[in-house]
Design a protein around this ligand. Structure first.
Ligand code: WTA
Length: 678
């Protein structure tokens, strides 16, 4: 496989010097959920896998499991086999006795003049039950059916997810910013008969038309011979239709109207097997189509509840705000399932962090008394640029902050710590992936000092290893870059790729598998697809993806997906996408295209290609620049050399190009890049 991204990432890593430690304040340490360093003994390899009972015991089980980890069909791990559990019960019902009247969800609308809504656990219980009844009775949904959600950041999204979980229906939430076409692809792949959406929502001060995307998605699915039977539509403002698109008779159902007939209905939570799938989360991988990561009920919920408690340090009395989107795994695990399993108050914010100005998050924190804050380096960089002194104006106090999703530059980390955190919060830099369910590497906030730019050591019970290209282990603490893998299974790991078990094995386990057909988990290290170094203190620094995935503003995009979108434009013969560094977003895609004979380059064509990417995927995938080139740099076997394009895009030396079939194009490309304004 041709490698493209690791070079530049590794260079950045090398230029980052070792940073000094920061210590969590004593006030944090004395109240922390996890203060006992013995946890690492309890989770030592000798105690694996039974140690994970401690996590599972944070939940309420109808029936305990017979076997903690079944490896008989390796690497399809089965956790807590024989156990019976319901995720909706664990996130809602069981809190009623003690916390009935406590806020479960604070909903912050983007428009500041709209009041914040506070949904108590009792109200959540009522609404989840009514929605579960509707899904079952109106849509005829049953255990194991899949439902696609394409919803914005509103409490109805959490309610819908929990309603699905209550009756054993597998939800697949697609990020609201994805296009109707991207949604259709996921509807078809998951085999959903029902699509649940909202008419519109606010972003950047304007009402977005989400219903239009549902119409496109259904039409697109139909063109592939796939019928969506029902589209359930929440109204952003109940009683008012906020989209210009009319309802389709017989297909569209306005939820807040339809729910009226279910008022007061209660639905017993289904006693689900621990390994029943809870949800699918589509993500980008090395090949064209996004893949549906299938997460379990018992193992997943145990892992996110425990990591929310021990790494996020959530206590029931905390006000916790994770500013991620529920359309990504971070939102599933650390806005909905983890915090609600612990009876926390979780904030859902509808809009942009910088709307109407860069003081907004700090006003929200002040108004709600948020004391745990969770976001991404991209958001931190954007807030820092737009309002470096804003946090000082507001009277809020964070005890704990998280950064997730991308490497964070030490300088940005320090602004987060000193200015946002007012030097009084513990910070965790959590490394993990959609596939993992929950955190893999992070400091335990009361036990390890923080080191800017490093995720930290592995979590209790997680045993990473860094391999070189040939499968040799890079010695512990060697500070040498390699491919990070996890030696052992853990309860949060996804179960398979929906509908594609072979790809699951090939992509994640084949690379460093020690013995084909083995039933011993020791033979199946999990291949994460990230480069990493481990320094002498055991802390891991993540260098970024080593495959064809670009991490744009913390969103995972496949270069192949963007290339296929460009190829939908009839004039385009070939397309190649490479990542370029961006001050705010970390990485952005640059798109190179070669045209078919007879087609003429023009600004209009560049625009059209860019637009194709937006409609096929999402505005988040929009290229920084579309470069129409006469010729792509190619190997003698005809493969496009993306490494060379990446070097051109970032103004770096392309290295040895003598092996190219057409080395002369490199000079032309350079000239083009130098004269173009980006
Ligand atoms: C990257 C997001 C550096 C990494 C939870 C990974 C990180 C990909 C960090 C997964 C971090 C995530 N430091 N890089 N703390 N966390 N990444 O699936 O490249 O959307 O493979 O899951 O984000 O992105 P995903």
């Amino acid at each position: 496989m041709e490698k493209q991204t690791d070079l530049s990432e590794a260079e950045i890593a090398v230029h980052w010097q070792e940073e000094g430690y920061y210590h969590a304040p004593v006030s944090f340490v004395v109240q922390a959920n996890l203060r006992d360093a013995d946890v690492f003994k309890r989770f030592s390899p000798e105690n694996f896998p039974e140690c994970y009972k401690e996590y599972a015991d944070l939940l309420s089980w109808y029936k305990y499991w017979d076997k903690t980890l079944d490896t008989s069909n390796a690497p399809f791990w089965r956790w807590f086999v024989g156990g019976k559990i319901n995720a909706s019960y664990n996130c809602v019902d069981r809190h009623l006795e003690k916390h009935r009247n406590k806020t479960a969800i604070h909903f912050v609308p983007e428009l500041e003049q709209e009041r914040i809504q506070h949904i108590t656990y009792q109200e959540l219980y009522v609404r989840v039950n009514e929605m579960a009844a509707l899904l079952r009775n109106l849509c005829g949904l049953e255990v194991g059916n899949r439902v696609t959600l394409h919803m914005p950041m509103v409490p109805e999204l959490a309610i819908t997810m929990l309603a699905c979980a209550r009756i054993g229906v597998i939800h697949s939430q697609v990020f609201s910013g994805f296009s109707g076409k991207a949604c259709a692809e996921r509807i078809v792949d998951s085999g959903s008969r029902v699509l649940i959406t909202m008419d519109g929502y606010y972003r950047g001060g304007t009402m977005q038309d989400q219903k239009e995307k549902a119409d496109i998605a259904v039409a697109e699915a139909a063109s592939q011979g796939y019928a969506v039977e029902k589209v359930l539509i929440w109204q952003r403002y109940p009683g008012k239709h906020s989209s210009p698109q009319p309802l389709v008779q017989g297909r569209d159902v306005v939820l807040n109207e339809a729910l009226k007939s279910y008022r007061g209905t209660r639905i017993e939570p289904m006693q689900m097997p621990a390994e029943a799938p809870l949800f699918l989360m589509y993500t980008s991988g090395t090949t064209g189509t996004p893949k549906g990561c299938q997460h379990s009920t018992g193992g997943y919920l145990a892992y996110v509840a425990a990591t929310s408690k021990f790494i996020q340090d959530i206590h029931p009395e905390d006000v916790y705000w994770c500013m991620a989107d529920i359309g990504w795994i971070t939102g599933h695990s650390y806005i909905v399932y983890g915090p609600l399993a612990l009876a926390a108050s979780s904030v859902i914010y509808e809009g942009l962090p910088t709307y109407p100005d860069a003081g907004r998050p700090w006003r929200i924190a002040e108004e709600l008394g948020v004391n745990i804050f969770h976001t991404s380096p991209t958001a931190i960089r954007a807030l820092r640029r737009a309002g470096p002194d804003e946090p000082k104006k507001y009277n809020y106090h964070f005890k704990h902050m998280t950064t997730v999703g991308e490497p964070i530059e030490p300088e940005v980390w320090r602004w987060y710590y000193e200015t946002v955190g007012k030097s009084e919060a513990a910070i965790v830099d959590t490394w993990w992936q959609t596939e993992n369910g929950g955190f893999l590497c992070s400091t335990v906030p009361a036990l390890h000092p923080m080191k800017p730019g490093s995720a930290g050591p592995a979590l209790p019970g997680i045993y990473p290893v860094i391999y070189d290209e040939d499968g040799n282990e890079i010695p512990r603490g060697a500070n040498k870059a390699g491919n990070i893998c996890i030696r052992n299974p853990w309860p949060g790991i996804f179960q398979t790729i929906w509908g594609d078990p072979e790809r699951f094995v090939r992509q994640y386990y084949a690379r460093y598998n020690k013995r084909e057909g083995s039933k011993d988990w020791r033979d199946w290290p999990y291949f994460a697809g990230d480069g990493a170094v481990q320094s002498a203190d055991g802390y891991y620094r993540i260098l970024g993806r080593i495959d064809d995935v670009i991490n744009v503003a913390g969103h995972r995009l496949g270069t192949k997906e963007i290339e296929s979108a460009a190829l939908t434009v009839p004039e385009v013969a070939e397309a190649a996408v490479v990542p370029v560094a961006d001050e705010i977003k970390g990485r952005v895609p640059d798109l190179y295209v070669a045209l078919k004979p007879g087609a003429k380059p023009s600004h209009e064509l560049e625009e059209r290609i860019s637009k194709a990417v937006t409609t096929e995927i999402s505005p988040i995938a929009r290229p920084r620049k579309v470069w129409i080139v006469a010729d792509m740099p190619k190997t003698r076997s005809g493969k496009i050399m993306r490494r060379v394009l990446a070097a051109v895009s970032s103004g770096k030396d392309a290295g040895d190009v003598s092996t190219l079939a057409n080395p002369e194009v490199v000079a032309d490309l350079r000239k083009m890049a130098e004269t173009a304004k980006v």
